[in-house]
Ligand binder design. Structure first.
Ligand SMILES: Cc1cc2nc3c(=O)[nH]c(=O)nc-3n(C[C@H](O)[C@H](O)[C@H](O)COP(=O)(O)OP(=O)(O)OC[C@H]3O[C@@H](n4cnc5c(N)ncnc54)[C@H](O)[C@@H]3O)c2cc1C
Length: 372
């Protein structure tokens, strides 16, 4: 046994980093964060679209986003040198019956703390003139949401945690989890074993594998590939909000003089470092040609893909495993792990330190919901 700590965090993406930060904020600094890659944020965290969009059809996710937005808008003094959030706006195009439902629900959404402006197709195309107005019945504009500086957020978490004494080791893979009498007691790495009171599974797409190492509850977390492309445009897009259309399965946003677009692909696959899906991109451009033909590009500047990992109900899994004591889940963040990282990190830290949280109903996130 080379070492013993209070908490070992497996995974140096935004989930592990946010937990390390909020543990340190609560005075828990005997923490070791282990990341297999040689840099943090190499997988899902470094591949995201970097968006805060507080509107979500899953009510738990909507709550997590709204509860995180305050941190992103007004991070604690000294957390970062530049703003975390650029409120460039999100414009969600809707068709009936969704449009009617959204109009009806608008007062409740505002009451919950999200600023939303309902736009007619004419008002939406005044903001983004390339859109064809007959392709949607209305749009919801979230003027205070927009682009997150993921790099500043991730490094803000890591830097402050480190300053408080949290140790971060890169290039170290956890290959085993020792369990004794129903309790996780250590992790096994090529450098030796590290004993811990808490073993945190923040392994992103590999969370299912890490859980299997501990014989924890077998939650079917499934990674899904998503592709993003960036291309140049002979148009000035700088003042546009991000435009999202579920019906067209597309979103796009200004990106360094051009446009960033996702065909919103969702290919289930094993955990890996995925390649962009050329067929999904081609189909996305077909749909784009019906919504905004002037935007279809001839060539791409850049493209990448990453994995969004979902539990069957699409709600994150946060809490102690009901079968293996001391084994803690912080996984299944799907497509919103960046924008929800402030509240998820705080809730996870509360549960580890106090065994409960006052911030929200932690039961809705608990791994126990899959224990039957
Ligand atoms: C294309 C795309 C667009 C997205 N857009 C958005 C968005 O706009 N807004 C938003 O909020 N979210 C978005 N997401 C989702 C977001 O990126 C993820 O929810 C979030 O990054 C998950 O963070 P994580 O720390 O759990 O996972 P990761 O960032 O993948 O980190 C997990 C880490 O664990 C490490 N690891 C795994 N196994 C081991 C092991 N055995 N030992 C040591 N280390 C290990 C991995 O190397 C990895 O670095 C998007 C995702 C994708 C792919």
């Amino acid at each position: 046994m080379t070492r013993a700590v209070d908490v070992v965090v497996i995974g140096g993406g935004v989930a592990g980093a946010s937990l390390a930060y909020f543990l340190a904020e609560r005075g828990v600094t005997d923490v070791l964060l282990l990341e297999r890659e040689t840099q943090p944020g190499f997988h899902a965290t470094g591949r995201s679209a970097a968006v805060l969009s507080e509107l979500d059809p899953v009510s738990t996710l909507q709550e997590l986003k709204v509860r995180s937005a305050a941190f992103l808008r007004r991070p604690p003094a000294g957390f970062c040198e530049t703003p975390l959030l650029e409120p460039s706006g999100i414009m969600i195009l809707c068709r009936e019956p969704l449009w009617g439902a959204l109009r009806q629900g608008a007062p409740l959404i505002e009451q919950a703390g999200t600023r939303m402006i309902l736009l007619s197709p004419g008002e939406a195309t005044a903001r983004v003139p390339v859109l064809l107005a007959d392709r949607f019945d209305g749009a919801a504009l979230l003027p205070e949401d927009g682009h997150i500086d993921v790099h500043a957020l991730l490094w803000g978490y890591l830097r402050h945690a480190r300053r408080h004494g949290v140790e971060q080791r890169l290039g170290v893979e956890v290959r085993g989890v020792r369990v004794e009498n129903g309790r996780a007691t250590a992790v096994v790495t090529p450098d030796g074993e590290i004993a811990a009171r808490w073993v945190v599974n923040a392994a992103g797409a590999w969370a299912g594998h890490v859980a299997a190492l501990a014989s924890a509850v077998p939650i079917p977390l499934v990674p899904h590939r998503r592709t993003i492309v960036v291309f140049d445009l002979p148009l000035d897009t700088r003042a546009w909000p991000m435009v999202a259309s579920d019906a067209d399965r597309l979103y796009f946003a200004p990106e360094s003089g051009g446009l960033k677009l996702s065909p919103m692909d969702e290919e289930p696959m094993e955990a890996c470092d995925p390649e962009p899906d050329a067929v999904a991109v081609a189909r996305g451009f077909e749909r784009l040609s019906r919504l905004a033909p002037a935007l279809v590009p001839r060539s791409l500047r850049r493209q990448w893909a990453g994995l969004r990992t979902f539990a069957p109900d699409r709600v994150p899994v946060v809490g102690e495993d009901p079968r293996v004591r001391g084994f803690f889940w912080l996984a299944g963040q799907g497509g919103c792990g960046i924008e929800t990282s402030p509240i998820m990190g705080q809730v996870a830290a509360d549960l580890i330190v106090e065994g409960r949280t006052q911030r929200l109903d932690a039961g809705q996130l608990s791994p126990a919901r899959f224990a039957e």
